[in-house]
Design a protein around this ligand. Structure first.
Ligand SMILES: O=C(O)[C@H](O)[C@@H](O)[C@H](O)[C@H](O)COP(=O)(O)O
Length: 230
């Protein structure tokens, strides 16, 4: 398992490093294969990272951005992850990037799944996937106890439709196999509560969804953690 954990005194320092690493990865990707693919997460944590990354003078017209997961809502809804990405990441230089949406016109994620799988099927290996983690150990929308978890962890399809038991909104999540089809994988974690869940997810017999991504041999994973030390 190639796992590196980088600890930061605060999110500002973390974001500076993550921005640098992701910028380098995307620059290399565009140089080497003409196009870069970046997968980001929604939620509250990534906002300042999005703001920093958007200001980097990268070859954005050759970069596609996707979400690791999406809430099945109109982009104009305040809880839409695509709305968040459009508001904070697809700005400044990054305005030129392409966004590959995880939602469709269908009224439910289950009904839209086929369309989303078809949309994602042709995509090559991602260059970087940045995951968050919930305090219940979920990552992307792969929630513990959700009926779709097993499918999300075992399907070879790129996406899975999820109805979380304890979180709002129906979701579309990238599957484990699609998320791990990447050159680089990062976790961006902020706060003491996340540090504690990280410890659980790193334990040998952890059943938390995040541990599936932390404890694997397929893609090097770097955890960037900003949490005050006791
Ligand atoms: O749509 C989502 O909810 C996310 O993609 C999700 O997996 C997120 O990364 C975690 O829930 C952490 O969320 P916070 O950053 O808000 O703590």
């Amino acid at each position: 398992m190639t796992l590196k954990i980088h600890k930061f005194a605060n999110n500002e320092a973390l974001v500076a490093q993550l921005t640098q690493q992701v910028s380098d990865i995307l620059t290399t990707a565009v140089q080497e294969r003409g196009h870069g693919y970046l997968v980001v997460s929604g939620g509250r944590t990534p906002v300042s990272f999005f703001q920093q990354l958007a200001q980097q003078p990268l070859p954005w017209q050759n970069i596609s951005i996707l979400l690791a997961d999406e809430r099945w809502l109109p982009v104009s809804h305040e809880a839409s992850n695509e709305g968040l990405v459009r508001q904070y990441l697809l700005q400044h230089h990054a305005k030129a990037a392409e966004m590959i949406s995880l939602i469709s016109e269908h009224s439910t994620a289950v009904a839209g799944l086929r369309t989303i799988n078809q949309r994602l099927q042709p995509l090559p290996r991602f260059d970087a996937v940045i995951l968050g983690m919930g305090e219940d150990g979920h990552t992307a929308s792969l929630f513990p106890e959700s009926a779709a978890l097993q499918e999300g962890l075992s399907t070879q399809n790129p996406a899975v439709a999820v109805t979380p038991l304890h979180a709002p909104h129906e979701r579309m999540s990238l599957s484990k196999s699609r998320l791990l089809n990447s050159q680089h994988l990062f976790f961006h974690l902020v706060g003491k509560a996340k540090a504690a869940v990280l410890e659980q997810a790193l334990a040998e017999n952890s059943a938390l969804p995040a541990s599936v991504f932390l404890q694997q041999d397929q893609v090097p994973v770097e955890v960037l953690l900003a949490a005050p030390e006791e």
